[in-house]
Design a protein around this ligand. Structure first.
Ligand SMILES: [Zn+2]
Length: 158
């Protein structure tokens, strides 16, 4: 896996770092080297989330999120966004079968995340977020927002 992916995993909630490392390794193995998976975003600060929320509302551009700071699973380090790297270039193409095994590479990754209990944003009804995956048993920001945090700012799971 590439350096940006490693760096982003290192900032996820400590409880999922090992698991995400395994998921990414399994995705790369399934894609047989033609495409590789990269994490484009993991942990996002509340300030970063607030500036994303502002886009299309109080700052120029298209609306990209309905979540304010603290309302995204990314803000707790339990979500990742991915892309594929094909011949050195980032791709968000979800239908291509680069390794010719009759399953789109993107869906091969979706299946692997699902086996580990990660929910895919592509299954959401109101706002499909194809690059997004989040840890399923924790998928309520309201619950997460009530937890105490450790000295590094990560919520403490009981
Ligand atoms: Zn996301």
């Amino acid at each position: 896996m590439d350096a940006p992916t490693k760096q982003r995993i290192a900032k996820l909630h400590p409880s999922v770092r090992e698991e995400v490392t395994q998921i990414i390794a399994q995705c790369d193995q399934a894609l047989t080297g033609k495409a590789k998976i990269r994490i484009t975003q993991g942990l996002r600060t509340n300030a970063e989330q607030d500036s994303m929320y502002a886009q299309g509302r109080t700052t120029p551009g298209k609306k990209i999120t309905n979540a304010k700071g603290g309302q995204s699973i990314h803000n707790y380090g339990f979500a990742v966004d991915i892309c594929l790297i094909i011949e050195g270039k980032a791709s968000w193409e979800t239908a291509k079968d680069w390794d010719n095994d009759q399953i789109a590479d993107w869906y091969e990754c979706v299946k692997i995340f699902a086996l580990h209990g990660w929910e895919w944003g592509g299954n959401w009804k109101t706002f499909k977020d194809m690059p997004h995956f989040e840890k399923r048993n924790l998928n309520s920001w309201r619950k997460l927002s009530k937890l105490k945090k450790d000295k590094n700012g990560y919520v403490i799971l009981s």
